[in-house]
Write a protein that binds this ligand. Structure first.
Ligand code: FAD
Length: 452
C-alpha cells in the first residue's frame, strides 16, 4: 500500500510522520508507550523530552541556530511547537516540556492523514516504506530485529565519546606533530607529559567527580575493553593510562630529543574541520571538572572544547556502513532510519533527521526523486557525517561549525576573522538549503542531486 509506517513517536518519529502526511501521504505511527514503557520516559505522550528542556542556542551566528533556522524554513512542526511553548532561557530555545509534548500529541492526533497505534513493533515491516525512529532506548525485541537486518556488529548500545578540542586554542609551542615510530604521516598532534605532570593528572582524575550511570544504563553498558573510559581505567592502577591512551612509545619530543614519560594524542577529526579529538579519552567526568582536568594536559592549558567526553546508554546504527546520505538502508532502500538511532545526537539533530526522512519517504511513495540535502547546509553536513565518516568507532554527533565545509579560496582568505567566516558559511548554508527545499517541493530532479 502507499501508507508510510513510522516506528517510534518520539521527536524524530513525530516530525517524520507530520512531514510525510503534509506531503499528502498517509502515515501509520507506532508508539509503544504506555503499553511498554522505556526506562527514561515517564508519560504516554508523544515527543516526550526525557532530560534537559533546552533546544540549545538560538543566537544568530551559532551552529545550533543555523540548524533551527533550516528547520523553520522547512516548516518543522516540532520547532513551531517549541517556539509556542518556550520559556525564558536567555539566548537558548528552552521549552515547557509538558505543554510541548501535549501540543505535539494533539497536533499529530488531529492530523487527518496520521493514525497513531499504541503498540510495540517487534518486526520490521519490509513490504512498504518504513521509518525506524525508535531512539536511544529502542525496545530489545526491535533491536534484535535490527541486528538481524544490519548485522550484529552494526548496532551499538552505548556511547563512549572522546572530547574534541578547537584547533585554534591548542598551544603549538608545546605540542608536536608526529605519528608513532614516524609511521602514517603526521596526522597526530602529541601533548608530552613528564612524570610530575602525569602523576598530577592521575591524582586529579582519581579525585574528579563523575556522572553516575543511571540504573538502566548499567545493564547493557559493559564497557568494551578497547574503549574503556579513562576514569574507569585509572582505577585499575596508576600506570594503566601510560600503557593505554597515554602511552609514549614510538614518540620523540623534538624539544627534548627523547620519548616523553606519557603523551596524549590529538587526531584530526575526519569531516570535522578545525578540530581534534583526544584519542582514547572517553570519560564520564562532569563537564566543569572535565574542562579543568583536560587543561592540565600540556598544550591544552587554554583549550576550548567543542565536545566533552561522555559515556551513556544509546542505541544507534553504524551510519557509514549501513545508510545512504538520504538515510535509507543501502540494501533495503524502502527502509529509513531517523533520530538518535540513525547516528546523530541531541533533540534538534534527531528531529531534523526525522524531518528529512519524512519528506523522502513521501517522495518515494509518490515516485518523486529523493534529493540529498546539500553538504553546505547544517542538515546536509550532519547527514554527510552520518553516511561518510571514516572512523572505525563511529560516534554520533551534535551540529557544530566543524561539520560544515570550510570556505574555499578565495573566500577563506577574504573572510579571515571567525565571526565573518561563520556568517558567510551560514549564508551559503541557507542558500543551499533553500534551493533544496524548492527542488524537493517542485518534486522534480535538479542539479543538486549529485552534490551531497
Ligand atoms: P525518542 O524521543 O526517544 O523517541 C523514540 C520513541 O520510540 C519513544 O517514544 C519510544 O517509546 C518509542 N519506541 C522504542 N521502541 C519502540 C518499538 N519497538 N515500537 C514502538 N515504539 C518504540 N539530547 C539532548 O539534546 N539533550 C538532553 O538533555 C538529552 N538527554 C538525554 C537523556 C537520556 C536519558 C537519553 C536516553 C537521551 C538524551 N538525549 C538528550 C538524546 C536524544 O536527543 C533524545 O533521546 C531524543 O529524544 C532522541 O529523539 P528520538 O526521536 O530519536 O528518540
Amino acid at each position: 500500500d502507499n501508507v508510510v509506517t513510522v516506528i517510534g513517536g518520539g521527536l524524530a518519529g513525530c516530525e517524520a510522520a507530520w512531514q510525510c502526511a503534509e506531503q499528502g501521504v498517509p502515515v501509520r505511527l507506532y508508539e509503544m508507550r504506555p503499553v511498554r514503557p522505556t526506562p527514561a520516559h515517564t508519560t504516554d505522550r508523544l515527543a516526550e523530552i526525557v532530560c534537559s528542556n533546552s533546544f540549545k542556542s538560538d543566537e544568530v551566528n551559532t551552529a545550533p541556530h543555523l540548524l533551527k533556522e533550516e528547520l523553520r524554513r522547512a516548516r518543522s512542526l516540532l520547532i513551531a511547537v517549541a517556539e509556542a511553548t518556550r520559556v525564558p532561557a536567555g539566548a537558548a530555545l528552552a521549552i515547557d516540556r509538558e505543554r510541548f509534548a501535549a501540543e505535539v500529541t494533539a497536533r499529530i492526533a488531529a492530523h487527518p492523514r496520521i493514525t497513531v497505534i499504541r503498540e510495540e513493533v517487534t518486526r520490521i515491516p519490509l513490504d512498504g516504506v518504513t521509518i525506524i525512529a525508535t531512539g536511544p532506548l529502542t525496545s530489545d525485541a526491535l533491536a534484535a530485529e535490527i541486528q538481524n537486518l544490519a548485522g550484529a556488529e552494526q548496532l551499538y548500545f552505548y556511547d563512549a565519546i572522546a572530547p574534541v578540542v578547537d584547533a585554534e586554542t591548542i598551544n603549538y609551542e608545546v605540542v608536536f606533530r608526529a605519528a608513532r615510530y614516524g609511521k602514517g604521516g603526521d596526522d597526530y598532534l602529541n601533548c608530552p607529559l613528564n612524570k610530575e605532570q602525569y602523576e598530577a593528572f592521575v591524582d586529579a582524575l582519581l579525585a574528579a567527580e563523575c556522572v553516575a550511570p543511571k540504573a538502566f544504563e548499567t545493564d547493557k553498558a559493559q564497557y568494551f575493553e578497547a574503549c574503556l573510559p579513562i576514569d574507569v581505567a585509572v582505577r585499575r592502577g596508576r600506570d594503566t593510562l601510560r600503557f593505554g591512551p597515554m602511552k609514549p612509545v614510538g614518540l620523540c619530543d623534538p624539544r627534548t630529543g627523547r620519548e616523553p614519560y606519557a603523551a596524549v594524542q590529538l587526531r584530526q577529526e575526519n569531516l570535522m574541520a578545525d578540530s581534534y579529538s583526544l584519542v582514547g579519552f572517553q570519560n564520564s567526568v562532569k563537564w566543569g571538572a572535565q574542562k579543568a582536568l583536560l587543561r592540565m594536559i600540556p598544550g591544552l592549558e587554554q583549550a576550548e572544547f567543542l565536545k566533552f567526553g561522555q559515556v551513556h546508554r544509546n542505541t544507534y546504527v553504524n551510519g557509514p556502513k549501513l545508510l545512504t546520505p538520504t538515510l535509507q538502508v543501502k540494501h533495503e532502500p524502502r527502509l529509513f532510519f531517523a533520530g538518535q538511532i540513525s547516528g546523530v545526537e541531541g533533540y534538534v539533530e534527531s528531529l531534523a533527521t526525522g524531518l528529512v526522512a519524512g519528506r523522502w519517504a513521501a517522495a518515494l511513495v509518490q515516485g518523486k526523486p529523493l534529493l540529498p540535502v546539500p553538504r553546505a547546509s547544517a542538515i546536509g553536513s550532519l547527514l554527510n557525517y552520518v553516511a561518510h565518516c571514516e572512523n572505525n568507532d563511529y560516534q554520533p554527533v551534535n551540529i557544530t561549525f566543524a561539520l560544515l565545509p570550510p570556505l574555499a579560496e578565495p573566500e577563506a582568505r577574504a573572510y579571515r576573522r571567525r565571526p565573518e567566516r561563520r556568517a558567510r558559511q551560514i549564508a551559503l548554508a541557507l542558500a543551499a538549503f533553500g534551493e533544496w527545499l524548492m527542488a524537493m517541493e517542485a518534486g522534480k530532479s535538479s542539479s543538486l542531486a549529485g552534490e551531497a
